[in-house]
Ligand binder design. Structure first.
Ligand SMILES: [Fe+2]
Ligand SMILES: [Fe+2]
Length: 169
């Protein structure tokens, strides 16, 4: 079934992101900058097409279930994710990480788990969408993957919403 196919790929992407952020947290705690560069790259490569098809096709299909405020919260979660990934990227390039840097980086990476967990729950609502709408989400996923913009490239060149910088919060 189409919704099963969707749930499977959606879960797989959230699992990749969950594991990347858990690994990023422990790499910061170890101050393992070699691993961090690789892990942050993995996270932004997965999150780019994922967040893109969510915003272009999945979230616009949800207003029949949720108040507009909740859709906006999902988008703000992405604004935050982009700002956090930019900051984690900066930390990973630093020659030295202070205890405060590590503490903040771990908190920021942990904050990513909230949206991953909330977003995974949307699968149960997708089961209620019509097959053509589910297909349109899968199609958006396919072209987002095909274009292959990572999270920061997409945010900078395509997305058209400001991100939330952790430094401004
Ligand atoms: Fe999302
Ligand atoms: Fe998601």
């Amino acid at each position: 079934m189409l919704t099963d196919q969707f749930a499977q790929v959606f879960r797989g992407e959230h699992r990749t992101l969950r594991d990347a952020f858990l690994d990023i947290m422990s790499a910061f705690q170890r101050r393992d900058t070699t691993a961090l560069a690789h892990l942050i790259h993995r996270a932004i490569v997965c999150a780019g097409p994922h967040c893109r098809y969510e915003e272009e096709a999945l979230y616009p299909a949800l207003p029949q279930f949720f108040e507009p405020d909740y859709i906006e919260i999902l988008l703000i979660d992405h604004d935050w994710m982009i700002g956090v990934m930019k900051q984690l990227h900066v930390f990973s390039k630093q020659a030295q990480l202070t205890d405060d840097d590590v503490h903040l980086a771990v908190r920021l990476a942990r904050s990513m788990l909230l949206h991953i967990s909330d977003c995974e729950g949307l699968s149960i609502m997708v089961e209620q969408l019509s097959p053509p709408v589910v297909q349109s989400i899968l199609d958006a996923r396919a072209w987002s993957l095909n274009e292959g913009l990572d999270l920061l490239q997409w945010a900078e060149h395509v997305r058209g919403r400001p991100y939330l910088s952790p430094q401004a919060v």
